[in-house]
Design a protein around this ligand. Sequence first.
Ligand SMILES: Cc1ncc(COP(=O)(O)O)c(C=O)c1O
Length: 277
Amino acid sequence: MTLAYFNGKIVEVKEPVIPIDERGHQFGDGVYEVIRFYNKKPFMMKEHLERLYASAKVIKLAIGSELAELEKAMLELVEKSGLEDASLYIQVTRGVAPRNHLFPQCPASISMTVKPSRPISEAVRQQGVKVLLLEDERWKNCYIKSLNLLPNVLAKQEAYEQNCFEAVLVRDGFITEGSSSNFFIVKDGSIQTAPLTNYILPGITRIAVKAIAEQLSIPFIEKSFSPEELFAADEAFLTSTNCEVLAVTVANNCLIGNGQPGGISKKLFAQLQEKTK
Ligand SMILES: Cc1ncc(COP(=O)(O)O)c(C=O)c1O
């Protein structure tokens, strides 16, 4: 069953619990995370929680709960939902206060939802996905997992309308990441992805993939690359909590490699599956 949580209370997802003056709603003034549970077990929970606290710190938002306390509330919510494979979203905002841009003197709001995870279908995995390259119109602090997702929403919608699964963003002639994923190419047996700067989100799946690449002795190069390098790549793939490792076979209508999911992408996905068992 799907469940929600707002400031200490477990409720039905449909229950109207967010007050109109909530700053997440009014300003997008907050940060969030999504954590996947496989067979009731959270995957890389510690890394997700650390990123949540790091994002909150840079926007000067005091979460008000210790990390362990928050973790307990999350585990309880998933336990109560009875779901085995679930996606838990958590949003922390600067609280509920009359509208004013200045920081309010009130506790942070914490909301969560737990829903069944929606795995990528086998058919999509077999085929790989198409992506559309678009200008990265986001701000300069993309390393913060902020609730302000308007440029990401617009880019993803544009990609969808052009029959693509994901928008891949280009800033100053280089690919940064997807609208909700990190992005990688494979060339001559090496994996390449944008380095961790303020222009990309430090993905948790990216950490897992880097560790797998090391285990498999596949070179993992953190260096920006251009759309031309993508078009000339042997393989491409994206990573995220929701998509795990997903092969990209077409970019701007150009086939990547032979237009089939590549061997390294498949290996990384298989290894990631082992870790989530
Ligand atoms: C912009 C962006 N980049 C990358 C990612 C992938 O991060 P993770 O692997 O932690 O899910 C996401 C996930 O939501 C994202 O929104």
